[in-house]
Design a protein around this ligand. Structure first.
Ligand SMILES: CC(C)(COP(=O)(O)OP(=O)(O)OC[C@H]1O[C@@H](n2cnc3c(N)ncnc32)[C@H](O)[C@@H]1OP(=O)(O)O)[C@@H](O)C(=O)NCCC(=O)NCCS
Length: 171
């Protein structure tokens, strides 16, 4: 028995999208305009970070910013920070965002894996993040990567409720 349905093998529908050759690398200061352009595409005010806040977090020496690049275009980013303490070091995902035209193709997942790798390398034992309660897409991304909901804050983003998610990192 081949296990195939009667009538022969299923027809494969060609994927119209070009193959995904994505470069993942750490942020460089000259990336800032392109990075902030993605922020502007992904978030409307009041959810959008200001330029100055974004500059501050990507310059933090206790942070890592990974970007996804398709040729010359920056199409996604993640910023993760960690605290200064030595014991019970925790990391925090400030933002993860993928250009709308590139979503649903695994880029967010790969950026999340890279952020976790940086947090582990910095000695973090856990990662936390906030996500707006109605952001089902991001919640699915986090849950599929082992993050669990640890609480809800009623007035987090622009006085809107957010869930707190966290994941313990294995050494
Ligand atoms: C959240 C975000 C970063 C995900 O990026 P992405 O590249 O599309 O993610 P992936 O392709 O790696 O998908 C990862 C998971 O997310 C979920 N997901 C992705 N696209 C989805 C969609 N359109 N609908 C529902 N779930 C979706 C799925 O669980 C998916 O896992 P699967 O591939 O096993 O189904 C992207 O949607 C985004 O930039 N959103 C706007 C910014 C934002 O809200 N960031 C989060 C702030 S807390």
């Amino acid at each position: 028995m081949s296990g195939l349905p009667s009538g022969g093998p299923p027809r494969l529908t060609p994927d119209p999208r070009p193959p995904l050759f994505m470069l993942y690398r750490l942020y460089q200061p000259e990336d800032f305009p392109a990075l902030y352009a993605v922020e502007e595409l992904c978030f409307d005010p009041p959810w959008r970070f200001s330029r100055s806040y974004m500059r501050k977090i990507v310059r933090n020496p206790r942070s890592a910013t990974w970007i996804a690049e398709d040729g010359a275009d920056l199409v996604g980013l993640v910023v993760i920070q960690w605290s200064a303490g030595q014991e019970d070091l925790a990391a925090y995902i400030e933002t993860i965002e993928v250009h709308p035209a590139w979503r649903g193709r695994g880029i967010g997942s790969e950026l999340l894996r890279r952020a976790e790798k940086s947090a582990r390398a910095a000695g973090a034992c856990a990662i936390g993040l906030h996500v707006r309660v109605e952001n089902a897409t991001a919640i699915r991304l986090y849950e599929s990567h082992g993050y669990t909901c640890r609480g809800r804050e009623e007035y987090y983003y622009a006085r809107q409720p957010a869930f707190l998610y966290a994941k313990l990192l294995k050494p």
